[in-house]
Design a protein around this ligand. Structure first.
Ligand code: PEP
Ligand code: MG
Length: 840
């Protein structure tokens, strides 16, 4: 690297940087340099260079000289607030320029009236690599006069991979699925709080950090090294805030390396030999339905290309966006959590500044609002589709949905709403979330799409609406004639076309048996749960809110075996105080009307992030600070929580349970804190303290834990993840991470055996307790309490009533000797079919 002489880019008075009335420049936070008080109104290139970035509001430009020096030139102070007014840019990002070329012209009169100062700092933003060895002193200069000379710092390496703006920091993305829709929306939300322009840069591509869609189209993956680059008055703070947000993992830090290859929908579609009259896809929402084909074809919305004037089209677009925004906000204010989350994502896209900016640019070129909007959305749709990332490609539906909604608002067209025949099974190329939200769940028996993915928003919505659905069936589904009889079996991912009488009769029998079983179970939901041979099995409900507690109680819960207190702690800026917690715990205890309530202490970390807990970035968050480790790391949080729990009346209704125990010491530490808290509160009543068995360590040492714990409750979700070393949140492993794996069953058996030595009871509160097929084997292994989801409680109770413990024990013995989860599942299915007297 050689020395570099910079010439004055501006006619004006050259002054030391210290005279800039802005600490960011005067204190050289962005680097060393000089300031020019302009007398001219055109900024020129001070050397041969390449334009790294021209700022969106046209007031600043960063160049990289051929030797790697990066030069920021910022016309005036606080000029970002002019929003580009008074500036004209003559170059574009990436363009090569020669010394003396025009870069930016500005209206000196306007700036002198509106800007805080005209002082224009010229700063070297990579001071680690270059130092100023000679500089002009206070004097008037013409464009091209000597300004400063730079020399490379010995040994410094100039990194030129990242397009640095003014302030920049690198971060390695810890998020398991990279920057997809949700984190992009969170970053944008944070970035919008700053006046600074903030960008995310990866290799040589960049997007505004205020634009979720722009960031998504960078396809940033887990492990990517990215830069957060900002310019403007609060640029430093913006960079720090966003880097911390990303480093914090936003609850999505990965325990495993990223998926090496993007996975196509084909890869998730199970391979089955083709069978005439049967189409196969991937389950998006469970259930079995008989019905008739209803082709769901979205009508094309025609838009004219040429606009009727810029003012008119701008207003039309703004009005349409406002209309759709109001509609989405109204819809998001009611409905279930799934629906709210999806509408929230749509709102974030709608507010994306890049999207509307690119539509407005097209309007300025004379296009109509509709054409401009379609083009703007289409650009992102193509970009997302082209990334080869299944998760991001699934967000395309959401963009297309928004495109249609805004075009409808523009054209005043009616929604796709139509009257559906009874038993309609909708067949479509793709179905959009708003289209599904637009139909009554009772009108649709199921749906099946040629494209789509199992984690798309429309799939989540279908599950929440209780509509069986399969996706990724392929184009064959579009050939099915309107009105054809169909059987949709979502669990087996199949659509039977024009079934014969025998197939129909079998499906009808299965559906009728399901209904009958459910209705009978519901009717008997409030009876005590005891096996046919008289063994008492407590059937409790898992609860994550007051509503869950009410639903569980209505479905016959005999208590709650797991209150996930995280619901109070997540998605907020500060932790709930003692009073708020006490109120919530009391409300839930009261909803259970005196039945036992097992309150699990805070289980954050890993996949559950709380923004106010500064958990340092971890290589393996699932193996890091989570569960009880967080509580012992920040004992004041635990103490507050224990105090709140101890205020519940009657206290005897509550038991306390500790998550993620790996050793007896942790139980002892929590017990000591509990005893201390009780003493401080003058409570002498005994409060039961149990532990969750979620780690192999806890399962293997269950006898040691049971000697001191009042009960053990197996969290099969985490236990399975840790026993099998398979991330519970990784969709690619979803089909293989089965808690009925013999290794997990052996851990459960060992837990029960260890607990039995101390007459300590064992429950299951993980997902396996809600799996009807698994219930007999759990009881056979020695589990005496099941805590399941509210919806499954009546059926779990009904099943327990017809089971015989000795038969369950024989089943468990057999299962423990099997070699694969599939073999265990088949055995358990056959057992269930026998006791339920239905076909497996
Ligand atoms: C479990 O791990 O099985 C469990 C019940 O805890 P969570 O799902 O809340 O991690
Ligand atoms: Mg768990």
């Amino acid at each position: 690297m050689s020395n570099l002489v910079l010439s004055s880019p501006l006619k004006g008075w050259i002054a030391p940087l210290d005279e800039t009335p802005d600490a960011v420049f005067a204190e050289r936070m962005l680097g060393d340099g000089l300031a020019i008080d302009p007398l001219g109104s055109t900024l020129h290139a001070p050397c041969d260079a390449r334009v790294i970035s021209v700022h969106g509001t046209r007031h600043a430009v960063t160049l990289r000289a051929d030797n790697g020096a990066e030069i920021l030139m910022h016309v005036g102070l606080d000029t970002v607030g002019l929003g580009g007014e008074g500036f004209e840019v003559h170059v574009a990002d990436g363009q090569a320029v020669k010394s003396g070329d025009r870069l930016i012209s500005f209206d000196l009169d306007l700036l002198s009236q509106r800007a805080r100062s005209l002082i224009t700092p010229i700063v070297i933003t990579n001071p680690d690599a270059f130092k100023i060895i000679r500089r002009a002193q206070d004097h008037a200069a013409l464009v091209g006069d000597f300004l400063m000379e730079l020399a490379p710092v010995n040994g410094a390496v100039v990194t030129s991979t990242v397009a640095v703006g003014e302030v920049s920091r690198e971060v390695v993305v810890p998020l398991q699925h990279g920057i997809h829709a949700r984190p992009a929306a969170r970053i944008a939300e944070s970035a919008r709080k700053f006046a600074a322009e903030v960008a995310v840069v990866v290799v040589n591509r960049r997007a505004s950090a205020k634009s979720p869609i722009g960031m998504m189209s960078l396809a940033i993956r887990h492990g990517d090294r990215i830069s957060i680059v900002a310019s403007g008055p609060d640029a430093d703070y913006a960079v720090i805030a966003i880097v911390e947000l990303i480093e914090g993992g936003m609850g999505e830090s990965a325990a495993l390396p990223p998926t090496a290859e993007p996975v196509s929908v084909e890869a998730v579609r199970p391979a089955h030999p083709a069978e005439p009259g049967l189409l196969r896809g991937v389950m998006a929402a469970p259930g079995l339905a008989i019905g008739q084909a209803v082709r769901f074809v979205s009508t094309d919305i025609i838009v004219a290309e040429v606009g009727a004037g810029m003012g008119f089209e701008r207003r039309a677009l703004e009005d349409a966006l406002a209309l759709v925004r109001a509609k989405l906000e109204k819809a998001a204010s009611k409905g279930d959590t799934a629906r709210k989350a999806i509408l929230g994502a749509h709102l974030a896209f709608l507010e994306d500044p890049e999207l509307s900016a690119s539509a407005h640019r097209l309007i300025a070129e004379g296009k109509s609002a509709g054409f401009a909007w379609r083009r703007a959305v289409g650009g992102y749709v193509e970009a997302l589709r082209g990334l080869g990332d299944r998760r991001l490609a699934e967000r395309v539906d959401d963009l297309i949905d928004l495109e249609r909604q805004v075009l409808r608002a523009l054209t005043g067209e009616e929604d796709d709403a139509r009257v559906l025949p009874p038993g309609a099974i909708l067949l479509a190329d793709e179905l959009l979330p708003s289209q599904l939200m637009g139909v009554e769940a009772s009108q649709v028996a199921g749906f099946c799409t040629a494209k789509g993915g199992p984690t798309s928003h429309v799939a989540i919505l279908a599950a929440a609406m209780g509509i069986p659905a399969i996706v990724a069936v392929g184009a064959g589904v579009l050939d099915v004639a309107e009105g054809t009889g169909l059987i949709l079996d979502a669990e087996s991912g199949s659509l039977r076309i024009a079934p014969d009488a025998t197939q129909l009769a079998a499906a009808q029998t299965a559906i009728a048996a399901r209904h009958e079983r459910k209705a009978a179970a519901k009717a008997a939901a409030h009876q005590e749960s005891r096996t046919a041979d008289g063994v008492r099995i407590e059937v409790f409900g898992n609860v994550g809110s007051l509503n869950d507690a009410l639903a569980a109680a209505a479905n016959g819960a005999e208590g709650s075996g797991l209150l996930r207190t995280e619901f109070l702690f997540l998605e907020r800026e500060t932790p709930p105080d003692e009073d708020e917690q006490a109120r919530q715990y009391q409300a839930i205890a009261s909803a259970l009307d005196g039945r036992p309530l097992i309150i699990r202490t805070l289980d954050v970390g890993g996949d559950k992030a709380a923004p106010y807990l500064p958990i340092p970035a971890e290589e393996n968050p699932a193996l890091g600070l989570r569960g009880v480790r967080v509580s012992l790391w920040r004992p004041h949080l635990l103490k507050t929580q224990l105090r709140a729990i101890l205020r519940v009346k009657p206290l005897g209704q509550c038991k306390i349970m500790i998550p993620m125990i790996a050793s007896l010491d942790e139980l002892r530490a929590v017990r000591a804190l509990l005893d201390e808290t009780k003493r401080e509160m003058g409570i002498t009543e005994r409060v039961q303290l149990g532990v969750m068995i979620e780690t192999p360590a806890a399962a293997i040492t269950a006898d040691l834990l049971a000697a001191e714990a009042d009960f053990l409750s197996i969290g099969t979700n985490d236990l399975t993840q840790y026993v099998l070393a398979m991330d519970r949140g990784n969709p690619e492993l979803a089909a293989r991470i089965d808690a009925l794996h013999p290794a997990v069953l052996r851990m459960i058996a060992q837990t029960c055996a260890g607990a039995a030595k101390h007459h300590c009871w064992v429950g299951v509160c993980g997902g396996l307790a809600s799996d009807l097929v698994a219930v007999p084997v759990l009881l056979g292994l020695g589990v005496t309490e099941l805590s399941a989801t509210a919806a499954t409680l009546p059926e779990v109770k009904a099943l327990v009533r017809i089971l015989d413990i000795s038969a369950c024990q024989a089943l468990a013995r057999q299962a423990l000797d099997l070699t694969s989860p599939e073999a265990v599942r088949d055995l358990c299915k056959a057992f269930a079919a026998q006791v339920l007297k239905v076909g497996a």
